[in-house]
Design a protein around this ligand. Sequence first.
Ligand SMILES: Nc1ncnc2c1ncn2[C@@H]1O[C@H](COP(=O)(O)OP(=O)(O)O)[C@@H](O)[C@H]1O
Ligand SMILES: O=P(O)(O)OC[C@H]1O[C@](O)(COP(=O)(O)O)[C@@H](O)[C@@H]1O
Length: 339
Amino acid sequence: MGNQPKRIALLTSGGDAPGMNAAIRAVVLAAHHFHIEVLGFFHGYNGLLENDPTLLDLSAVNDIIRLGGTILKSARCPQFQTETGLKQAANTLVKQHCDALIVIGGDGSFAGLLALKQHWDGQMIGIPGTIDNDIDGSDATIGFSTAVNTAINAIDKIRDTANAFERIFIVELMGRHSGHITFNVGVACAAEQVLSFENFSADNREQKLKQLAQEIASVQQTRHNSYILVIAENVWPGGATALARELKETFAIDSTACVLGHIQRGGSPDAKDRVIATKMGVAAVQALINGENEVMIAEQNSRMCSVALKQAIQHQKKINPNLVAAHENILAVTAQNQC
Ligand SMILES: Nc1ncnc2c1ncn2[C@@H]1O[C@H](COP(=O)(O)OP(=O)(O)O)[C@@H](O)[C@H]1O
Ligand SMILES: O=P(O)(O)OC[C@H]1O[C@](O)(COP(=O)(O)O)[C@@H](O)[C@@H]1O
């Protein structure tokens, strides 16, 4: 306990995620409990370059657990990826007498922490905050659950029009490198097709287009029903709009492309995200007090634990293969054959 930090720097970085505020609140409350000060830096790593932080007292985090976005603002900060930027950030932390840094963000933000390590020797802890859920070593990330629920709500609404008009919709979901959102939403919405990194490669594009055209024709002829295809962003060259155009040009199939976009990142965090963010925020302060360094707080089988930051950014977290297989082999096929 003698070496516990006296002043923690806290920031949110990269894509904002619902529940980041809940994590900020938990860090501040836990730190207050242990008589540690928390300095909030704004605009991601830019805040360390700007050196204009604010002391986060209890009133600063009052009633923020239910708010989407982040009260500390977020940003991407190219300057932090230069030696000059990293040195400047390290100087700020020294000048502000911070002996620890907690960053709530995604894999890029954690890579940033590891780069800063070359110039600053304080304690560093990452808290996984990203809707993409693409962080190794943690079963879930803050924001994923809310984003999935938001997309489900949106697609359920689209389904009403799709059913009423027996129309085809192609809905593009976020997750630039991973299909966690796409597969979970696809299964939960009973989407007729799911297209993501796990089950599609652009090399098979022509074959896939033909297969989709056949499926759509079959569903429409035999069932007079709607057809919803969910696709991950970046998976089809040109995205949902290009796919809709190709179906029209090659097979004369009319479809409507719908890009859900940033709607998935916003809104009040759901119960799951509020709870995981709170647990992670408290665990981060406890990890600092225990002398841990260069780790990310994670949840594994409902328990909080620490994972080396290096391990967290390996990009090896796969979609549950049972989910992919169930959709490919059972759910979609069975649903499409219903009369
Ligand atoms: N290799 C790196 N070195 C230093 N900083 C980095 C590095 N990679 C990312 N960052 C910092 O982290 C920020 C957020 O990363 P980004 O990948 O955009 O979001 P996320 O953290 O959500 O994955 C970047 O804008 C940059 O400031
Ligand atoms: O808002 P931007 O800068 O266009 O970024 C969009 C990207 O951010 C995300 O919403 C979240 O990604 P990160 O959490 O890794 O930043 C991705 O799903 C999406 O591809």
